[in-house]
Design a protein. Structure first.
Length: 446
């Protein structure tokens, strides 16, 4: 271990007992010795898009505990293989989970005391954005001048809430393009100039403008005709997460379904989570294969965005819009009705493996996700599925997580789509807790 690596690693603060996890290698801390054992940690500057390394098997002491998240009992906790984060610009270590005796502490942030030992390996991972490790850095937001201030604020509330709920991944940039053509070029140029600061710059401004010009023009046109559009843009080769959006008119009071508006930023942010678990050193085709079929990528993002908005508003951590709470079951009933019509209109309905194949059965995607999640736990994707994806590949991770092959699941889902609406809605979390009159109300949507 060279001096530079030793100094970098010694900024960490963790040491531990012999591994006391169920099957996952998570941090362990021994209060008697003050040692924290770190099985895996990604070390880098999360303001940048390159230069991160993964270290394994480090023992450290803790200097200061900055913050601690939720505490649960070890026997009741799903442990994850997600690596720790050490941000060299902050000199702080973020620990997703640490076992202390019979308890598990989540989202612990510390500063480092002394490096006790390093007996593992060092691997170049490139961009911290695609290392599976979470970020402690703020996100970067940019808006064209004509985007209303209230919509900027609501968009940021949504993105920040999603990051709080699912975990913070970065570097992440969010660019919103308004309706005016004036300033369009300068807004794109601003994105290009930023690459010189936090990443690998383009050879020329023209090459960057060519890369992103058409995309920004698309969202400018959408804003100009008051159509809503946002997307996670595949910027993995450049080492950061990028979301581009038109003006989010769904936050306006005049929109009949304004209560659903936060789903937009939650959905797009969930795509950043998915991509954060696949190395940016992969090719486009490799990345698509690892992430899995399109129905799965979109289905789980849709299902979990809906659920997270409902959950956060229920516990008071996400504001209501104009005093109206998001009605999760009404939304699911409406989409299930559409899914049933789509499915029944086709001679041979199938979940779509590609974007083109997905369109005829688009509304079925989230129900396929819910059928999978109903067999396990709602948070299984974040704790288990995605952290294993790079190592095992999509199909094997699917089998290990859900206990069946994807082909067997397609048969199960085809049978599910023949059921009556009440049996179909029964897979939704919280459905059983509804009263008979509440269930009847939602079933009246069909």
């Amino acid at each position: 271990m060279d001096t530079r690596s030793f100094k970098t690693a010694s900024l960490l603060v963790v040491v531990s007992l012999p591994l006391i996890s169920k099957t996952f290698a998570v941090d362990t801390f021994d209060p008697a010795t003050g040692i924290l054992r770190v099985p895996r940690v990604v070390v880098g500057d999360w303001r940048l898009t390159w230069g991160a390394q993964e270290y394994t098997e480090i023992k450290l002491t803790v200097d200061e505990v900055v913050s601690v998240g939720q505490t649960t009992l070890l026997d009741e906790t799903d442990l994850t293989i997600r690596p720790d984060t050490f941000d060299t610009s902050l000199n702080q270590l973020l620990i997703p989970q640490v076992i202390v005796g019979s308890d598990v502490y989540a989202d612990v942030v510390i500063t480092i005391g002394e490096l006790i030992s390093f007996t593992g390996t060092i691997t170049e991972v490139g961009s911290p954005a695609y290392s599976q490790a979470r970020s402690l850095q703020p996100f970067y937001y940019s808006y064209s001048d004509d985007v209303p201030q209230n919509l900027r604020e609501l968009w940021e509330i949504g993105i920040e809430a999603a990051a709080k709920y699912f975990g913070r991944y970065g570097p992440l940039e969010l660019w919103m393009q308004g309706a005016s053509e004036e300033g369009l070029t300068s807004h794109i140029a601003k994105l290009c100039d930023r690459r010189k600061v936090i990443g690998k710059p383009y050879m020329t401004l023209e090459s960057c403008m060519s890369r992103w010009g058409e995309r920004f023009q698309y969202y400018q046109r959408k804003s100009a005709i008051s159509e809503w559009a946002a997307a996670y843009a595949w910027a993995f080769s450049e080492g950061y997460h990028l979301i581009i959006s038109a003006i989010p008119g769904y936050f306006e009071k005049e929109y009949i379904h304004q209560d659903r508006a936060f789903i937009g930023p939650f959905h797009e942010y969930y795509h950043a989570i998915q991509h954060a678990h696949v190395s940016h050193l992969t090719s486009h085709s490799q990345r698509s294969a690892i992430l899995g079929p399109k129905w799965f990528v979109e289905g789980v993002a849709g299902a979990l965005a809906d659920y997270a908005v409902m959950d956060m508003q229920s516990n008071g951590t996400l504001p209501l819009l104009d005093g109206r709470a998001y009605d999760f079951f009404d939304h699911q009933a409406q989409h299930l009705d559409l899914a049933r019509h789509q499915w029944q209109s086709l001679d041979d309905p199938k979940l779509g493996l590609t974007s083109e194949e997905m369109r005829p059965t688009f509304y079925s995607n989230s129900f396929a996700a819910w059928l999978l999640l109903s067999r396990t736990k709602v948070n299984i994707l974040e704790t288990t599925f995605y952290p294993n994806l790079m190592k095992k590949g999509w199909e094997q991770t699917f089998v290990d997580t859900f206990g069946m092959s994807s082909e067997d699941f397609y048969l199960l889902f085809a049978d599910y789509m023949t059921k009556e609406p009440e049996e179909q809605l029964a897979i939704m979390p919280g459905w059983d807790a509804l009263s008979r009159s509440e269930k009847d109300y939602y079933l009246s949507r069909f």
